[in-house]
Design a binder for this molecule. Structure first.
Ligand code: FES
Ligand SMILES: [Fe+2]
Length: 479
């Protein structure tokens, strides 16, 4: 991909610049919108970090080719940090969590000193998986179900049945192969690369940006998973841009600034989008008043409308943020008064390469994860988690169990899921199925074998693919 590096200093006068990457939606920018808020956004939200990354087509074969997929399996998945579980999934010594991606399986084990170790989930006798599938459990030792070879929680070989027959097995060299671990934001990360640089280096700007968002002070309130009929990149890229809202999710347009979302890229591993809530979509022909915006956002909860008058000098955003600060604070049993209007109502979404998406805001507190299933380039496991703030005066709730949604089922069936929100994900699923099939059609008909991206609204997709290319080429990575 061509990548002329040029930082944008785009004028926001609504004109279309002839310089690639400099044109923007003429509606007010997110930065302009948040400047009118009553409780100002933190410093990490008051800058832009866009760079034009080129405008060449992205070949669709990247999403269908078994050869390309195998290269990813060789050069990306075993070389990058991925979150395996939350700390609260494995609170006690002996608790373990099996994380699987593609053909890889890793067992993460809580140690007696509260640290975490991870091992390749394969027996050193004849290769059997020590635990058969993904998920959590508890054990005093790691014992293979085939012939009973057994390892201690720290990976040291403990027992070989009929050891007299294995004089050639030196316990010292039969320690379970360790996988690097790291912890951040309440997540336990693993990296199969024996030469992996520390997680802290990999995370780039994330620890700084998330310093006041306290993801370690949250818990998994909802956890759902669905197999999607598409490549893992196809699935993930649907969540890196807001350009599709107009056509795919028209019901979301009232109350969200979609065409004027802000897109930022940081180093090779991190990107973000930042969408203002409580404003009119630039696509709406008839713009709602501030009071109408509030009324519209409270559909379904009209009992509170009387308290929701937009006062002199106020905006819908200010009123909605105040409302959510109070109602979500009561619901979660915690004080949310320190959060800005933006953190309360905006959609703030970070991507960490290769497969983690994080929403630090409070009204949409999701985490997404995208993983290839086995060696199939056309199947992806997509998970959605809701991370809610821990209550101030109660014990932390147990993390929610994974609810598996079948491909043909709606996300709305998940207990605790807002059906209207589930319908949004259903709309995305329909697109993904069609897009993956469309890639194959394009390849076989041979007419247009690349996808064309918007310079600004789809820059995170280009950034993501550029990082993939760097890993595949063995180039130096900039965290
Ligand atoms: S394969 Fe594990 S003990 Fe034999
Ligand atoms: Fe979508």
């Amino acid at each position: 991909m061509n990548k002329p590096a040029r930082m944008s200093t785009m004028p926001r006068d609504g004109t279309t610049s002839l310089v690639s990457g400099e044109a923007r939606c003429p509606a007010p920018s997110v930065q302009e919108i948040i400047r009118s808020d009553a409780k100002p956004a933190p410093a990490v939200l008051t800058h832009e970090h866009y760079e034009f990354l080129g405008d060449a087509d992205i070949p669709v074969a990247r999403y269908t080719s078994a050869i390309f997929f195998e290269r990813e399996m060789e050069l990306i998945w075993p070389k990058t940090w991925q979150w395996a579980c939350r700390d609260e999934h494995i609170p006690e010594a002996g608790d373990y969590y099996v994380y699987e991606v593609g053909p890889f399986s890793i067992i993460v084990v809580r140690q007696r000193d509260e640290s975490v170790k991870a091992f390749v989930n394969s027996c050193l006798h004849r290769g059997t998986k020590l635990r058969p599938c993904e998920g959590e459990g508890h054990a005093r030792e790691l014992r293979c179900p085939y012939h009973g070879w057994t390892w201690a929680l720290d990976g040291g070989l403990k027992k070989v049945p009929c050891a007299w027959d294995f004089p050639h097995v030196d316990p010292e060299s039969y320690h379970l192969p360790e996988v690097a671990t790291g912890r951040w934001g309440g997540f336990v990360f693993v990296n199969l690369d024996p030469d992996a640089k520390p997680l802290e280096d990999y995370l780039g700007v994330l620890p700084d940006h998330f310093a006041d968002w306290g993801l370690e002070e949250r818990y998994v309130d909802l956890h759902m998973a669905k197999e999607l009929p598409c490549n893992w990149k196809t699935a993930q890229e649907a969540f890196l841009e807001s350009y599709h809202v107009l056509e795919t999710h028209p019901q979301l347009m009232a109350g969200v600034g979609d065409a004027n979302v802000q897109y930022d890229c940081y180093g090779d591993h991190v990107s973000r989008f930042y969408a203002a809530g409580g404003v009119n979509s630039p696509h709406m022909e008839e713009q709602l008043s501030e009071q109408e915006l509030v009324n519209m956002m409270l559909v379904g909860d009209r009992s509170v409308l009387d308290d929701m008058n937009v006062g002199e000098g106020e905006t819908a955003r200010i009123v909605m943020a105040r409302f959510l600060r109070r109602t979500l604070g009561e619901k979660y049993g915690t004080d949310l008064s320190r959060f800005s209007d933006s953190e309360m109502i905006d959609t703030i979404e970070y991507h960490l390469f290769p497969n983690m998406v994080l929403f630090p805001g409070l009204s949409l507190p999701m985490v997404y994860r995208f993983r290839p299933i086995g060696m199939d380039p056309n199947r992806t496991l997509f998970e959605i988690l809701f991370l809610r703030p821990l209550p101030d005066d109660r014990d932390p709730p147990e993390p929610a169990q994974v609810f598996h949604v079948k491909e043909e089922e709606s996300y709305s069936i998940v207990p605790g899921m807002d059906p209207a929100f589930g319908a949004v994900y259903d709309q995305d699923t329909n697109n993904l199925r069609s897009q993956q099939k469309g890639y194959l059609n394009a390849l076989h008909s041979g007419r247009k074998t690349g996808q064309t991206l918007g310079n600004y609204q789809e820059v995170r997709i280009r950034h993501f693919n550029a990082t993939i290319d760097k890993y595949l080429a063995g180039e130096a990575i900039v965290p």
